[in-house]
Design a protein around this ligand. Structure first.
Ligand code: COS
Length: 381
């Protein structure tokens, strides 16, 4: 039983277990193994159950849950199936800039539709040369009359192949002042010039698809700008602080699943006349997995609780994300070792899938090298 800080956490775990048994477990292996394509009906089920809009504000159609509750939901959903957790994390990441920085009109117009699943939002930041170096944006919006005209390319955009709403980050070229500044603009993707495709042969998290987007003279009304001109970088960084706690929770879910599967297997697998759980070599792996997973969970809870108090959590989020994703790496690796051939070959267990799903958690929402940079910068400034 995972340790709960708050009495509201256990009902969330129970509710998700029920949902997972009915809706996730019957389909998740098939979604992983088929050719990448976004599972629209499945996403709608997640939205209907309230997981897409879970932490969006109640007054804009969301579930109104706080950050601690949100990461409990994220940990638990990811425990049952990692890409399903990710599918619920992406709309939260993409909609946060609107409900945290948007005007009342923007919030009313877009957030309820993102929460209900009517719109599929994406956080459109990364470019070929602006991944870790996020401020090195090449995508440019030029102001023409009452519109922006936007040109550029975006890569590794989660749900970017199917999104119907893009929260885009780019430079704004200001002809009069001859300056460029990073800003954020909401774009309805049925606008001419917006083209997207699915990136193929992803190692893991295959059901939550990833896209490449090109923008050719895409027009967006000036009123779709989020926040002030030039605030885009800070909006993106602040959004990522929260999202990184979510990734820490995903990693805890994966680590806990690897641990539970390993305990089950070690008790049932007989070698040398007894369950392998009797062997100290196995016991030490289990002990290390359990201890590190619990430490990672507490770090994620701490970061989320600080965020709920309204504090800036850049360092705590980076620490939780970095530590938890490396713990998840440790746990899937040990689970593979414990299961041996029955872990390596996917027809026997979930370990092969867990191993693939885990890897990206050390990369997305800022690589772990970037997390170390954020931590060091916070301590040394
Ligand atoms: N919240 C609020 N403001 C923030 C912030 C945050 N989390 N992080 C930075 N800022 C502000 C700083 O306070 C600073 O403001 P001032 O100029 O007013 O002092 C400004 O933003 C620039 O910050 P900083 O100097 O730290 O930026 P750098 O360019 O040196 O470094 C890193 C930024 C590398 C840490 C950043 O680009 C980063 O996190 N990159 C990874 C991006 C990422 O996660 N990509 C994954 C894809 S997104 S799905």
């Amino acid at each position: 039983m995972a340790y709960n800080l708050d009495e509201k956490q256990q009902p969330i775990r129970d509710q998700i277990k029920k949902f997972a048994e009915k809706e996730v477990l019957p389909v998740c292996m098939e979604l992983d193994r088929r050719k990448e394509s976004f599972p629209s009906e499945y996403y709608q089920k997640l939205a209907k159950a309230g997981y897409v809009g879970f932490a969006m504000p109640k007054e804009y159609g969301g579930g109104g849950h706080d950050n601690l509750e949100y990461i409990t939901m994220m940990e638990e959903l990811t425990y049952w199936d990692a890409p399903t957790g990710l599918m619920a994390a992406i709309p939260q990441l993409a909609t946060f800039p609107i409900f945290a920085y948007g005007t009342e009109e923007q919030k009313k117009k877009y957030v309820p539709k993102c929460a209900s699943g009517e719109l599929i939002p994406s956080f459109v930041l990364t470019e070929r040369n602006a991944g870790s170096d996020a401020s090195n944006q090449s995508t440019v919006a030029v102001i023409e009359g009452d519109h922006f005209v936007i040109n550029g390319e975006k890569i590794f955009i989660m749900h970017g192949d199917v999104c119907t709403l893009g929260v885009l980050f780019c430079k704004i070229a200001d002809k009069e002042e001859n300056r460029t500044r990073i800003s954020s603009i909401i774009i309805e993707t049925d606008t001419p010039g917006w083209k997207a495709r699915t990136l193929e042969h992803k190692m893991g998290m295959r059901a939550a698809t990833t896209g490449l987007i090109t923008l050719e003279n895409v027009k967006a009304p000036l009123e779709n700008q989020l926040g002030e001109t030039g605030r885009g970088f800070i909006i993106a960084m602040n959004t990522l602080d929260g999202a990184r706690i979510g990734v820490a929770a995903q990693a805890v879910g994966i680590a806990q699943r690897a641990l539970d599967e390993s305990i089950k297997y070690a008790k049932s697998r007989i070698a040398f006349g007894a369950p392998i759980a009797k062997l100290q070599a196995i016991q030490w792996m289990i002990a290390d997995m359990a201890t590190r997973t619990e430490a990672a969970r507490l770090m994620a809870y701490k970061a989320a609780s600080e965020q709920d108090k309204g504090n800036r959590v850049s360092m705590e989020a980076a620490q939780a994300k970095m530590y938890a994703t490396e713990v998840a790496n440790f746990c899937v690796d040990k689970a593979m070792q414990i299961h041996s051939g029955y872990g390596y070959i996917g027809e026997f267990s979930i370990i092969e899938k867990l191993y693939r799903d885990q890897r990206v958690t050390e990369i997305y929402e800022g690589t772990n090298e970037i997390q170390r940079l954020v931590i060091a910068n916070s301590l040394l400034r």
